[in-house]
Design a protein around this ligand. Structure first.
Ligand code: S3P
Length: 172
């Protein structure tokens, strides 16, 4: 029996490095429902990576595509939808997600996020002179928005993806 909240698509929100994609994929596998990923959909449609899209077309263009993809996925398929960290910024996205889905915030603290993103070069927003300061500023701006999610789970540093997926399922 599926958790009752799976009558709606479960939307994973939170900062880059929180584990939205890995945990979302594991939750979908455990529940036997489709896994959807807005960044991956945008990349496939553009045939470019997220950093390439930011570089070529800019962040505003990416955000437009992101809103379109989320709206489409929320109206076509039920499952687990992992979004990019910025997907919860636009009020229109938050409204649509709350109407058509159930949002769950993967709440990880800054130290954990930084430890996960610092060695990677896949986040265009962190290509700054001081990426740690940038991450901190983004975190401080966004936490009030993520708090508006319907549900939240704490990401403890020692937890495996599998254990985090169980924690998400218990929360639904
Ligand atoms: C972004 C997060 C990224 C990706 C893009 C912008 C953000 O996704 O959508 O680089 O604004 O936080 P992840 O959260 O999966 O890294």
């Amino acid at each position: 029996v599926l958790p009752y909240r799976l009558k709606k698509t479960v939307v994973m929100v939170g900062m880059m490095g929180a584990g939205k994609t890995a945990v979302g994929r594991a939750v979908a596998a455990k529940l036997g429902v489709p896994f959807l990923d807005s960044d991956a959909e945008i990349e496939a449609a553009a045939n470019l990576s997220v950093p390439e899209i930011f570089e070529r077309d800019g962040e505003a263009f990416f955000r437009k595509r992101e809103s379109e993809v989320i709206a489409r996925l929320l109206t076509t398929t039920h499952g687990i939808l992992s979004t990019g960290g910025g997907a919860f910024l636009a009020e229109a996205n938050r409204k649509l997600i709350s109407e058509k889905g159930v949002s769950i915030w993967l709440n990880a603290d800054l130290d954990l996020l930084w430890s996960r993103v610092k060695h990677k070069d896949t986040r265009p927003l962190l290509r700054t002179a001081d990426p740690k300061a940038t991450l901190t500023a983004i975190y401080n701006d966004r936490v009030p928005l993520y708090r508006q999610a319907d549900l939240s789970v704490a990401c403890d540093p020692g937890l495996t993806i599998d254990a985090m997926a169980d924690r998400v399922i218990d929360t639904l």
